[in-house]
Ligand binder design. Structure first.
Ligand SMILES: Nc1ncnc2c1ncn2[C@@H]1O[C@H](COP(=O)(O)OP(=O)(O)OP(=O)(O)O)[C@@H](O)[C@H]1O
Length: 741
């Protein structure tokens, strides 16, 4: 194998390096240590010790200047031996390796781009008060419903959004509800639906079919809403809730539909499936149409499904109450609501200074008030959320992520973390890599005691490529667990209420501020505290300004502070190391340990041809995802700005794959483009088409025309075909294809 970016690792202080290896205490780490010591011996024996200048240059953290990638080549034969997958494989470790003279490992700290000073603009945060002074028993609700809320849900006081929304919805008004993540919007619509249905003069029969239709973007969210309805309906057993979400056999869903579901919760894709194929689905009695995470209806795949659903519902019933909810109702959705809902009430819970004061509860209630675009583009972030950003050169991303996970979830108690990745492949790659390298593996010989925290380190993963049972099992396991690291795609970004999550890590920048808000909103819910970390490359630093323009403030954590956890020997109070004096946090010490950790990853990745090609595929997936940022972010996130050799390191690859270039990735697979909500909503004509097709049947020709035009425009502009989205956002296999308009 050609060596393009290899370096003979020189460890100037072997005992410290040994301590670093012990820090990880993994057999693979021990192997890396032996290799590194062998390298040291070799240097001493052969007088190949790097010059003092070279050593001191290598120890500066990080490298100061951006230069063309300098390559330090190992002598051909030696490097080949050292990087041989067989040597690195589990079976090949041991005495044999100690005899090998050197290890080829990453020049992690060389030739990295300079990390710029982060000048964060100070912006006035948009704040909302979570709780109101009102109690549920103040509302005009059925006494059994109030007692269920009090005793089953153990809730007494309303949140601000509940206090503003429930009375309005009980009056029968259409509404557009916006309030921050984790502020109780689910109950804000569930309670009025249950109250109104139980109060119907003619008692609801199961066979009547749906009276309420609740559309949510993901299966997990469907289950979550279903669970709340089930609890609220305990005293009203004649009202039957049901969930359709794909993954389940269509036949059994059909059977449940035939028996009757009065409150039907579904993902749009699955409902469309049934509308097209099930005779037993009728909407003639629908009185409520709720769209949770409503800003997603402007997302192309959903828009198409929702058009089909609304046409089907409109064909059978004209009069009903419509409610749109989200933490991030953008200008587009507001316009949509303005035109499509009947005298809608716009409910937005803002601190004073961000709206008209509301004498009832300290928030602001806007009734049919057109909101300014500034307000609509500025999202409230929970007060208890500490947001951070770190700038990490591409080569150091993987070790930085691993160090951060170790710091928070192995060395600290009771931490629960969610890490977002841009694709299923990337989730799978990091999940397997971390499980294989950072956790004890049954049967593997324990060369050294395990770090004290490794036993509490638990990885889970959630993405649309998993089987439905696995998705549910993971969702439930992580929900009920006090600790753990959930690696996931944006399938978990919206709506999920996973208790006690303490950290949100975004390994890639989201494509819009709205998605950022939803991702970080998985923590600091309902008045709790939480933290988030966004990992950016130095070239992506400007994204921080983009967030600031939406009133989102982040503070910086230095990469060195994240990596420094790797030197925390005192975090391992085991007998063997407890008395050892912790080594000072020198930049050199940090560099050594980061390099050791990177070597562990590289050894795993290079342990067989399969693992190498698996890592290459993950790298391809990363590049594909990188091509999908919307146009307004392309100046920050453009594949041309990526250094493939450096990015390859973050996949444990020692070299940039020969046949991998951005154009090759693009040619191989048309890049999935992320929906550009702003662009779409700027087109009034398009919006009008969406509305007409949604609310009047028979307009689909118009839609087709608009689509055709936009397709032609795309072709004229030489744009790639539309994306294959991250699968599983509420759609079955059939829908995956449909996302490409
Ligand atoms: N009145 C209340 N008192 C105490 N807890 C509440 C109350 N209302 C809701 N909660 C709890 O708050 C949490 C968040 O609620 P919910 O999931 O409805 O938030 P949300 O606003 O829909 O969030 P997102 O925008 O992320 O979807 C849930 O655990 C819920 O049980």
């Amino acid at each position: 194998m050609a060596v393009t970016d290899g370096l003979l690792l020189h460890l100037s202080e072997p005992p410290a390096a040994a301590a670093a290896f012990r820090t990880f205490s993994r057999p693979r780490v021990a192997q890396a240590r032996r290799q590194a010591q062998a390298t040291k011996r070799k240097y001493q024996a052969s007088s190949e010790v790097p010059s003092a200048k070279r050593r001191s240059r290598a120890s500066s953290l990080p490298a100061k200047k951006t230069t063309a990638e300098g390559v330090q080549r190992a002598p051909e034969g030696r490097a080949q031996t050292a990087s041989s997958p067989r040597r690195s494989s589990a079976g090949g470790r041991g005495r044999n390796q100690e005899q090998k003279p050197c290890v080829k490992t990453s020049s992690l700290f060389k030739n990295n781009p300079e990390i710029p000073e982060l000048h964060r603009p100070v912006v006035q945060k948009v704040q909302e008060k979570v709780f109101s002074s009102g109690a549920f028993h103040d509302l005009d609700l059925h006494p059994h419903l109030i007692s269920t809320i009090n005793t089953v849900l153990n809730m007494f006081n309303m949140t601000s959004v509940q206090m503003h929304s429930i009375p309005v919805l009980l009056e029968g008004r259409d509404a557009l509800v916006r309030s921050q993540t984790g502020s109780g919007k689910t109950l804000a619509y569930c309670i009025p639906v249950v109250q109104s249905l139980q109060a119907m003069k003619t008692k609801i029969q199961r066979s009547d079919g749906p009276y309420a239709l609740v559309l949510v973007p993901t299966r997990e969210l469907a289950l979550q809403s279903f669970d709340i309805f089930q609890k609220l309906l305990k005293p009203f057993t004649w009202i039957v809730p049901g969930v359709l979400m794909g993954g389940e056999k269509r036949k059994s869903e059909k059977a449940r539909l035939r028996k009757g579901i009065n409150i039907l919760i579904s993902t749009p894709g699955r409902l469309v499936d049934h509308i097209k194929s099930t005779k037993n689905i009728h909407f003639s009695r629908v009185q409520w149409l709720i769209v949770d995470e409503a800003d997603r209806i402007l997302d192309l795949g959903f828009e198409k499904d929702i058009t089909v659903i609304l046409n089907a519902v409109n064909a059978e019933c004209q009069k009903r109450q419509n409610v749109l909810l989200s933490a991030t109702l953008t200008e587009g959705v507001a316009q949509l609501a303005d035109i499509s809902l009947l005298n809608p009430v716009s409910i937005s819970v803002l601190e004073e200074g961000y709206g008209q004061a509301n004498p009832q509860g300290g928030g602001a209630l806007e009734v049919s008030a057109p909101q300014t675009s500034d307000e609509l583009d500025s999202f409230a972030i929970p007060e208890g959320l500490d947001q951070h950003v770190t700038l990490v050169p591409s080569k150091l991303r993987l070790v930085s992520l691993a160090a951060f996970i170790l710091q928070k979830c192995a060395f600290a108690a009771d931490q629960k973390m969610i890490v977002f990745f841009p694709s299923c492949e990337l989730v799978e790659f990091h999940y397997t890599l971390f499980v294989q390298t950072l956790l004890p593996r049954p049967g593997a010989p324990a060369a050294a005691p395990l770090p004290s925290g490794s036993t509490q380190l638990k990885f889970l993963r959630l993405h649309g490529g998993l089987e439905q049972e696995d998705r549910i099992a993971v969702f439930q396991e992580f929900s009920h667990s006090r600790t753990g690291v959930l690696l996931c795609t944006d399938v978990a970004a919206r709506g999920l209420d996973l208790p006690q999550v303490t950290w949100i890590v975004q390994y890639n920048a989201p494509s819009s501020p709205a998605e950022y808000v939803h991702r970080v909103g998985r923590t600091a819910r309902i008045g709790c505290r939480g933290s988030s970390l966004l990992i950016l490359a130095p070239s992506e630093a400007e994204y921080v300004n983009s967030l600031a323009s939406h009133k989102i403030n982040v503070s910086e954590i230095k990469m060195e502070d994240i990596l420094s956890v790797l030197t925390r020997d005192d975090c391992f109070p085991g007998k063997q190391w407890g008395k050892q004096k912790p080594r000072a946090l020198s930049p050199q010490g940090i560099r050594e340990r980061a390099t050791v950790l990177q070597t562990v990853f590289e050894d795993y990745v290079h342990s067989s041809e399969q693992t190498v090609s698996w890592a290459k595929k993950a790298l391809q997936s990363f590049i594909r995802a990188y091509t999908t940022y919307p146009r307004e972010l392309k100046h920050i996130f453009h594949v041309r700005l990526l250094h493939l050799g450096h990015v390859a390191k973050s996949f444990g690859l020692r070299d940039a794959p020969q046949n991998l270039s951005v154009s090759a990735v693009k040619k191989k697979k048309a890049a999935p483009k992320r929906p550009d909500l702003r662009k779409k909503t700027q087109s009034k004509q398009r919006l009008a088409e969406i509305l007409r097709s949604e609310y009047a049947s028979g307009m689909e020709a118009g839609m087709a025309k608009v689509r055709k035009q936009s397709k032609q425009a795309d072709q004229a502009a030489g744009r790639a075909a539309r994306p294959r989205p991250e699968p599983g956002l509420g759609r079955g296999k059939k829908q995956k294809k449909k996302r490409s308009p």
